[in-house]
Design a protein around this ligand. Sequence first.
Ligand code: FAD
Ligand code: NAI
Length: 467
Amino acid sequence: MGTYDVIIIGSGPGGYVSAIRCAQLGMKTAIVEKYNTLGGTCLNVGCIPSKALLDSSEHFFNAKHTFKEHGIDLQELTANMEQMIQRKNDVVSQTCSGVKFLMDKNKIDVHYGLGSFVDKQTVLVSAADGSKTTLTAKNIVIATGSKPNFFPGMEPDKKRIITSTEALNMKEIPKKMLVIGAGVIGLELGSVFSRLGSEIEVIEFAATLLPTMDGTIGKEFSKILKKEGFKFQMEHRVQNVVNKGKSVVVTALNKKEETVTFEADYCLVAVGRKAYTEGLNLANAGLTANNRGQVEVNENLQTAVPTIFAIGDVVRGAMLAHKAEEEGVFVAEFLAGQKPHINYNLIPGVVYTWPEVAAVGKTEEEIKAMGIEYKVGSFPIKALGRARASMDTAGLIKIIADKKTDEVLGVHMIAPRAADLIMEAVVAMEYRASAEDIVRICHPHPTYSEAMKEAAMAATDNRAMHI
Ligand code: FAD
Ligand code: NAI
């Protein structure tokens, strides 16, 4: 039996980062992971492999469509799916080994096997070989993450009706792929296959794509993706998905309540993810999951049992790796008697398409609903010299500021390298900057970041210079 200060169940970005911070703060720490690689969804079947394939497919797309204009002529070009997947697997395995290295470096005990509660302070680890180990700790952190969600009628068979996990391991480039859900996964993985030559048709329940983001972004981004070849069927309610052997057929109701069908060789179901607590035996610790499958926590991330914490995708809030990491650090520092803080309003969201989409703070719709008087400054990416040089002219940056105080309330962008550009907005907003504060910061020329300054000028008093 092992005795610890903290046991963390789940080794995703929430769990492994929490383990490192606990160890840094002097706690004897163990981590339990049911699979034989560490890193969770993010490293194995999420953030890292999807970005690896997004990068490979973007190179292919550029070689096919933009190199010629840059003066680079290619004779023959083919996408080698097997090699793309192999490179992605290598990236994943290097990154996962990196987590094991960090566990060893920080003297964190790793126990491979399914973790389940015996009682409030005891976890049973059941390994794949049938062996069982019992661990006890003063504190336990549930970091068991999430799994793909689906609704009745669209159950993935993992052959032709697939989730993101199978889409990241395709053996062939589909001729046509239907995507249910115009959210982050649908658009990122749809982009991978669209760039490689697949026809992508997205079937979405809502009226705009990326429905939780600012309305301007959804509208603008729809135009960009349509130019790239995406087809969108908005306001369609999927009824069922059937594998017909060599094809898959999706039946949906359109907004006139008519039944329509779509056919393709694959259908990617990307309608969200659900918290994962199966096998944990929460009841043995006196806990239950709520009706969304989540473990409920208070502002200190404590469950109904104050010595048991929960973090990341298994609790409320954005299902993002960096949010899980912040919560992991929060719990460690709270246990060490510190006073940690997370600003949930300033967790940036990024969609790693090209151009990238990124946002932080409130959307215009949210600000309107809150009754705040606001002003908006926008700047189109095409007006930047840097964008013309790189031929990345699509997109815009939109800054929303308080009409009276000029404080920046939300920043929304579609831009080359938006994933990195958004950090200027996050830092500015963390320090409660006004739009004019951003205007008065010297931005290097020529860079995409100049669009941030110009949008801030537009928001301050409509004085953008380059439009
Ligand atoms: P997870 O990463 O899900 O880890 C939970 C771990 O717990 C898993 O390893 C699981 O095996 C283990 N576990 C579960 N139950 C038990 C048990 N009983 N015993 C032992 N172990 C257990 N987010 C971003 O921020 N950026 C991105 O670019 C991004 N891209 C994504 C792309 C895809 C295709 C997907 C699916 C997700 C993506 N996400 C991205 C979301 C991100 O992966 C999650 O938000 C993040 O992994 C959540 O971290 P977590 O630690 O809460 O849980
Ligand atoms: P999502 O919540 O982003 O999008 C799901 C979409 O499906 C929504 O637009 C929704 O309206 C639509 N939908 C729901 N039911 C439907 C139905 N019956 N018919 C048609 N459309 C329907 O979820 P997604 O894309 O599956 O991603 C899951 C999670 O993973 C997200 O919360 C996201 O935060 C995370 N993720 C993050 C990434 C990133 O940060 N770059 C990348 C990939 C995933």
